[in-house]
Design a protein around this ligand. Structure first.
Ligand code: 4AD
Ligand code: MG
Length: 463
């Protein structure tokens, strides 16, 4: 089956040439002069192709006249300049073949605009809408830009494991992986006997590829991972998913300043790429989703990111004349409302916060000389809040052990991580970017469930 993508046909200068296109009918209307106008979309671009079908087609009555929104068709026709407003070219059909019918009584995507909540219940059909088509194309372009950025800089793409025996964040939010029969779980002394499980010890889905990326950074220098991560936290918010994609660069011989610099360059590169390659989709988001989305990206590219310490941020927040739900005092975590206040009200742009209290950050972050803070770095952006979290890593053997003991971490399952500090340890740093939060920020989509094809959230894994 040979076809030309509609994106290419719409851009074609070859008036008079014959093309075969395949796609889905968006709308069809009949005109008085014995013609039908069919808007066809094949997902290759936002735009639809107008097909003119005349009554003289042999199957006009049997097929063309019965076409409805959602049907899939093959059209062979001649490209002509369009006399009508709204499109440059159109296709005059010589042949139309219906590949798949769609019963208008049953097909849920009719002309009207549907709510995103409704579309989530039909995740198998929503990519056929303008919004979800555009999100999918921007997601694709952003993934490509991410790989280009790191490849151009000489980073090595490392595939870190999905199933692991350690919990990278030291947090409890893990999905267990098991092949035990849950109706007959073997126990010893009242506990699950994991020696009889598939791996012979507890296993879970990874919450981050960082610890394994560190292994490769301390051998190959600059590496990155880009893969799915899983968190079983019960956060029903517009910015949390149970399964999301994370980009995690890790660099040997790099301190916190180098890390901040990479994160800034990285975001600017991806935003520029999107503006350059996804113009039509970004125009759509600007028109229908967030009028400021293009401007926001443009200003971010040309702007320096504000950089301040956690301590400085707490000072600003404690003087703020707004009623926060969560109190701000030195030692407690910065909440989403605080992140938004800093980005939207105080600095009107992205903010990099560094040097958080050690008590609220994971064991692997490098402890500062003051012993109270760690070399952490979060990048916050307007509307989303935290988009990147990272740090310089603790490379000192004794300090790392002390930190792990302080947090009651099982040293046995991290022996290899600790070992790295015994043999050729080196300063190193890295960060994690939440890919869906990035796509949200770019597109202006307000709910994270609408920027991933099949969102996994508490209570929702059906399809
Ligand atoms: O700040 P986090 O937890 O950092 C880490 O996992 C580090 N190990 C990364 C590293 O240094 N290599 O997560 C990183 C980013 C967050 O800033 C956020 O953008 C995103 O991942 N994120 C989520 N995105 C969607 N749903 C969730 N439940 C998320 N949790 C974190
Ligand atoms: Mg974080």
């Amino acid at each position: 089956m040979k076809r030309t993508r509609i994106s290419r046909v719409l851009a074609s200068e070859e008036i008079g040439s014959v093309f075969t296109v395949m796609g889905w009918v968006r709308t069809k209307r009949e005109s008085k002069g014995g013609f039908s106008f069919i808007e066809m979309n094949d997902g290759s671009c936002m735009g639809s192709l107008q097909v003119i079908a005349g009554e003289d087609l042999p199957n006009y009555k049997d097929d063309v006249a019965k076409l409805q929104t959602g049907c899939s068709v093959r059209v062979k026709g001649t490209l002509v300049a369009s006399p009508a407003k709204g499109q440059r070219v159109e296709l005059r059909a010589d042949e139309i073949e219906v590949l798949g019918w769609a019963d208008p009584e049953a097909y849920p995507l009719q002309k009207k605009r549907h709510s995103f909540e409704f579309l989530r219940t039909i995740a198998h059909l929503r990519p056929r809408t303008n919004t979800f088509g555009a999100v999918a194309r921007v997601r694709n372009a952003a993934s490509f830009a991410i790989h280009s950025f790191f490849q151009e800089k000489g980073f090595v793409y490392v595939h870190t494991p999905i199933i692991t025996g350690s919990d990278a964040e030291g947090a409890g939010a893990l999905f267990r992986v098991t092949s035990l029969d849950l109706a007959q779980v073997p126990t010893v002394g009242g506990h699950v006997d994991f020696t009889r499980d598939f791996f012979g010890s507890p296993a879970n889905l990874t919450v981050s590829g960082q610890l394994e990326a560190e292994v490769y950074a301390l051998a190959l220098g600059d590496v990155y991972t880009f893969g799915p991560t899983f968190r079983a936290e019960n956060s029903n918010t517009p910015r949390h998913l149970a399964e999301f994609w994370m980009v995690e660069p890790e660099m040997a011989f790099c301190d916190l300043d180098g890390n901040v610099e990479l994160a800034t360059d990285f975001l600017k590169y991806v935003f520029s790429y999107i503006l350059e390659h996804c113009g039509e989709d970004m125009d759509f988001f600007k028109r229908f989703i967030d009028p400021s989305c293009i401007e926001t990206l443009e200003s971010l590219i040309s702007q320096d990111f504000e950089r301040l310490t956690y301590t400085e941020a707490v000072e600003i927040l404690s003087k703020a004349k707004v009623p926060f739900e969560f109190p701000v005092d030195w030692g407690s975590d910065i909440q989403a409302e605080h992140e938004k206040y800093l980005c939207e009200k105080v600095f009107q742009g992205p903010v990099v916060l560094t040097d958080y209290p050690r008590t609220i950050k994971p064991f692997y972050m490098k402890v500062n000389e003051d012993r109270r803070t760690v070399r952490a770095m979060d990048v916050l952006v307007p509307k989303i809040g935290e988009i990147i979290g990272g740090s310089q890593r603790e490379d000192d053997y004794d300090t790392l052990l002390e930190r792990m003991k302080e947090l009651n971490i099982n040293l046995d399952s991290y022996w290899w991580y600790i070992d790295l500090r015994r043999f050729g340890s080196a300063p190193h740093s890295g960060f994690g970017l939440g890919f869906e939060r990035l796509v949200q920020f770019i597109t202006g989509m307000s709910n994270i469930r609408d920027v991933i094809p099949f969102p996994r959230t508490p209570g929702n894994v059906s399809f």
